[in-house]
Design a protein around this ligand. Sequence first.
Ligand SMILES: Nc1ncnc2c1ncn2[C@@H]1O[C@H](COP(=O)(O)OP(=O)(O)OP(=O)(O)O)[C@@H](O)[C@H]1O
Ligand SMILES: [Mg+2]
Length: 359
Amino acid sequence: MTEKEVFGWLCEVVHPGKDDKDIVSLGMVEEVVVDKGKVTVTLSFPKRPDPLKNYLVGAVRAAVYRQAPGGTEVEVKTVVKDPAPEKKKGVQDLGLEQVGSVAHIIGIASGKGGVGKSTVAVNLAIALARLGYKVGLADADVYGPSVPIMTDTEGEVPEAEPGEEEGKELFIPIEKYGVKWMSIGYFAQPGQALIWRGPMACSALKQMILQVKWGVLDFLLVDMPPGTGDIHISLVNDIPMEGAVIVTTPQPVALADVEKGVNMFRNPSINRPIFGLVENMAWFTPEEHPEEKYYIFGKDGGAGMAERFGIGLLGQIPLVQSIREAGDAGEPVALGTRPDSLAFLDLARKLVDAIMHID
Ligand SMILES: Nc1ncnc2c1ncn2[C@@H]1O[C@H](COP(=O)(O)OP(=O)(O)OP(=O)(O)O)[C@@H](O)[C@H]1O
Ligand SMILES: [Mg+2]
């Protein structure tokens, strides 16, 4: 029995007074401690008395008893937390107001899946933070959120605090490595596949961007889901996204997908600039022979695509085992000083340059 498992069970406890939302996504679960045969759950309640407090304490106890091994002792504690919301007057659209203090919202996109968008997005975010910028990253991949694993923040649950609008809460991003992270993965039961259908997926991912207390940010990167479907168009339309970075591999087969990605942003109804192209997996370098380069997906394919579509090449990132391992271990390479770490710092500098110089 682990704390993560218990969090999973608590996702089944809903608050009947709050649209039947579960207590984990409501940010009410302050802490879960599993110590040998004992589970202690701490629930937080706002100062305003909650008439359902006793009911929820009982429901939590019952949920844990039901799922925990026989003989487990369960204790439910409660704490009172003053949410102290920062009020801003005269705001019509809570969502847009929240991203109002974000200077640049940049989508990290590609037409194709698995080319390394999330790897590039996470490392780029960390690299920008290392350069001294205030950075956030919203994982908009509702189907396969990867940010929690890539940053080793799985099992963290963002707190919620009341927003300006009744019943609409703001999520507090998870801070690590100098970056503010938000992902739908933080709201899922560990190991549970997320199944969202069109409109629901859309509204869930917009929430991951608009219903978040980002505070003042220089850059908010949005790790887009793969593809160029309706969800993407609606996402780009409804979020004040300034422009995009396209990630690709050098393979000729990626060309058609990159074209779709580029066209999505250049489509007259969207019409946002593309700040540049990142060629990921540009060559393979074995760990034991750092000086060698094998162009297994073809040489300079990304550079060729950039030229063809009239966008700048922001950088080439090699395919190295450490990038994959670091991603899986939740300690992105951009935190270090290896050559591939520095490649992301260079990428970050070039992106800032491109954003500042686009007309
Ligand atoms: N430069 C690289 N070197 C080594 N491994 C890499 C590199 N870039 C990405 N990977 C690995 O490739 C896999 C896919 O990368 P990632 O999840 O970033 O792609 P994605 O484009 O976000 O995928 P999806 O379309 O599913 O969202 C991951 O296991 C990642 O660790
Ligand atoms: Mg991804």
